[in-house]
Design a protein around this ligand. Sequence first.
Ligand SMILES: Cc1cc2nc3c(=O)[nH]c(=O)nc-3n(C[C@H](O)[C@H](O)[C@H](O)COP(=O)(O)OP(=O)(O)OC[C@H]3O[C@@H](n4cnc5c(N)ncnc54)[C@H](O)[C@@H]3O)c2cc1C
Length: 359
Amino acid sequence: MISVIGAGPAGSFYASQEKNEDVHLFEEHEVVGKPVACTGILTDSISRVTQIDPNLIVSKINRFKIVAPGGKSIYIDLKKTNFVLDRARLDQWLFQKAVDNGAKVHLGERFEGMKEREGKIRVKTSKKTYESDMLVGADGPKSQVAQAAGIYGDRKFVQGWQARCKFPNLEEGVTEIRMGVGEFAWVVPEDNKIARVGVIGMDNATLKQEYQNLLGASKIIEDQSGVIPLYNPKQKLQKGNVFLLGDAATQVKATTYGGIIYGMIAGTYLAKDKENYSKLFNQKLGRDLWISLKMRDYMNHMSEKQCDDMIGIFKKKNNADILAEHDRDFPSKFIVQLLMKEAKLWKLGFDIFKNKHFN
Ligand SMILES: Cc1cc2nc3c(=O)[nH]c(=O)nc-3n(C[C@H](O)[C@H](O)[C@H](O)COP(=O)(O)OP(=O)(O)OC[C@H]3O[C@@H](n4cnc5c(N)ncnc54)[C@H](O)[C@@H]3O)c2cc1C
């Protein structure tokens, strides 16, 4: 028996790919996908993992508008459309895929602990104890499985404040990114009236205030806030027959804090090759996650002037084209190309580095 804890995208997608016929998927909530704590924006890279049902798409994004703290802005026309999904329905759709693959599902049943005995794992839930051969923790940022197995590690979190709300002056098809508000803030339109509006950063009173300023007088329809783990390159993904997936394994890219695609890709690796799961994940995705972490660190230390300089650099058509063409989920594919083409980026990088370490 394989026990999978958490019917989010990582757990359900893994259960939909697993060949073992005795997979049990446990979800603490009675209804999959709720409450939502996500913007639900995915790049075209999702097609590397699965073909998304078009009925899940709420809106399509073809342009990004990046606004510096001083007000300078730039539009990037994407070569490949981004999708804004109904996140609750995405989770339910993936859950159904797991059911179609034969997973036995346990809704409203919470993982509470585990004990290893004679090669088996005794998985204790809020309803029963199960003798399992393998346990998969896909139970989100504060993973109880990781805690129970002793592989929680030294993880850090950022807070994402987000609301689905009625928002003024929306540009349909354009995601707005505001630099210097928290780590960054976003306005992702569903249509010309409703948007998913949020800000991310270290959880403190300033961030909450910035969020309230961002929302202004807009009418909140649904609070969709939540915590996000910071990728930890030292995070253990496995201990014996216990494995971690998705947010539970800190598999989130720090540039935009998107984790859906990474968690799902990790699910395919685990289903394919348990013995080499950790190695495969780190080999294939570790570099991109590490680059994202470094990029985020640099971006968080940029002054207002450096943000303006960055906007200036990307106003050049050649540089904007590189951003527009490549998938931000995998920065290793374009970062070298950008650095080769744009000497000013080196200078900017050195300046940020200098301030960060010596001021
Ligand atoms: C404000 C915000 C905006 C975001 N926007 C995006 C975005 O646009 N694009 C993107 O890719 N990512 C985004 N993310 C990140 C994304 O939401 C996560 O990376 C993603 O949900 C991770 O999926 P997961 O399956 O690993 O974990 P989760 O989605 O957290 O699923 C874990 C599941 O486990 C269940 N669970 C937890 N504990 C237990 C237990 N003890 N027993 C049983 N079940 C349990 C939970 O109920 C949940 O259903 C955003 C996050 C936030 C907070």
